[in-house]
Design a protein around this ligand. Structure first.
Ligand SMILES: *Cc1c(COP(=O)(O)O)cnc(C)c1O
Length: 365
């Protein structure tokens, strides 16, 4: 590796461990699984699962079968559920890697049952749609399943799950509607452990915990209760290097499109990160970075590899210094708000060009 990196992403595994403990404690006696799809929400699935396993996590949710296969290679004993469902691969593939498919419609239930009759009855997760109109059995298919119990009788169900649409809005009436629909559905199906809550759902209270919770984003430090103090520990810090500083004395514009005009005198720092690194272009003229505790604005457009900051307020700063793009004074949620998006999107776009440093691990990775 070369010397000092142009941009450094620091991931605090100790914070992930503490977040898991906090969530597990809040959800107890329900078990706490973990969603680690999309490479552990962009922070690196391998160190994440090592951390979570050390904290006692035994059940993991991924989106695709490829993610499941990758996880299985690292976790010989864990329960790994593939949310995209049986359609993501053929039953033999799930079996070969001992992955649990989510059964997302009646056809998938039938396929898994038929296939199970000829093989060892491998476990699966039944996913009910209680109000997302996304994945999972819709109410009409639940009705059929309840009326024709033989369709599910031969299926080895590890879990029955559903997913909340509005859990980050605690007063939204759909939360209670979905909870009731889910609880009612459970009474019509074979007795099986149940799971409804992801990160935000955990904070809706014990009635939402059932037997297992499935936090994802909160493990990585995002606030599961937007608008209220964040109970989670910050996981990610993103620093990038100042490549050059331009002293502007006469009025001039900055960057592509000449979208920002400086009246001068001012200092403009060019920093080594851009939209190709997941520093979203929508942060043009809107993002905030920090030099120590001094907030400095992004001026002009975010380009592919570079951003420009007005650092007039930080006269001490020099080329080669690192600025915080995400850090103690500006967390992922704050940056997401400036980009008019959510922390999930910032995290899962974290760039591949950043030097990554993992700290706080049991054995520092
Ligand atoms: C992604 C996902 C989760 C985790 O959600 P977070 O909001 O990140 O906690 C849980 N369940 C399902 C079905 C998911 O798709």
């Amino acid at each position: 590796m070369t010397g000092s990196p142009a941009a450094l992403l620091t991931i605090d595994l100790g914070a992930i461990a503490a977040n898991y403990r906090l969530l597990a404690q809040k959800a107890a006696p329900a078990a706490a699984a973990a969603a680690v799809k999309a490479d552990g929400y962009g922070v690196g699935v391998k160190p994440v699962i090592r951390t979570l396993v050390a904290e006692g996590c035994r059940t993991f949710f991924v989106a695709t079968i490829e993610e499941g296969v990758e996880l299985r290679a690292m976790l010989p004993d864990a329960v790994i559920c593939v949310l995209n469902g049986l359609i993501a691969g053929d039953p033999g593939e799930f079996r070969a890697h001992r992955l649990l498919p989510a059964l997302n419609d009646l056809g998938q239930v039938d396929t898994w049952r038929r296939w199970s009759q000829d093989n060892i009855s491998a476990p699966a997760v039944l996913h009910l749609d209680t109000g997302m109109a996304r994945l999972g059995l819709p109410p009409q298919e639940l009705q059929i399943l309840a009326d024709e119990p033989e369709r599910i009788a031969g299926v080895n169900l590890y879990l029955i799950m559903s997913h909340l649409a509005c859990a980050d809005e605690p007063t939204h009436p759909l939360n209670e509607e979905q909870r009731r629909a889910f609880a009612a559905a459970l009474t019509r199906l074979p007795a099986t452990p149940a799971s409804l809550a992801a990160s935000s759902g955990i904070f809706l209270g014990p009635a939402y915990h059932f037997d297992m919770v499935r936090p994802g984003v909160s493990l990585y430090g995002i606030n599961p209760q937007p608008g209220r103090p964040n109970p989670m520990n910050a996981v990610v810090r993103l620093q990038a290097k100042i490549l050059q500083i331009r002293d502007v004395d006469t009025p001039q514009t900055v960057g592509y499109g000449a979208s920002h005009r400086i009246a001068g005198p001012a200092r403009v720092a060019t920093v080594a990160a851009g939209y190709a690194d997941g520093y979203l272009r929508s942060l043009s003229g809107r993002g905030t970075a920090h030099i120590g505790d001094i907030a400095v604005p992004v001026v002009g457009r975010v380009s592919m590899d570079l951003i420009t900051l007005d650092v007039t307020r930080a006269p001490e700063v020099r080329p080669g210094d690192m600025v915080d793009l995400i850090g103690p004074h500006h967390d992922v949620d704050a940056l997401a708000a400036e980009a008019d998006t959510i922390g999930y999107e910032i995290l899962t776009n974290l760039g591949r060009r950043f030097r990554r440093r993992y700290i706080g691990g049991k054995e520092d990775a």
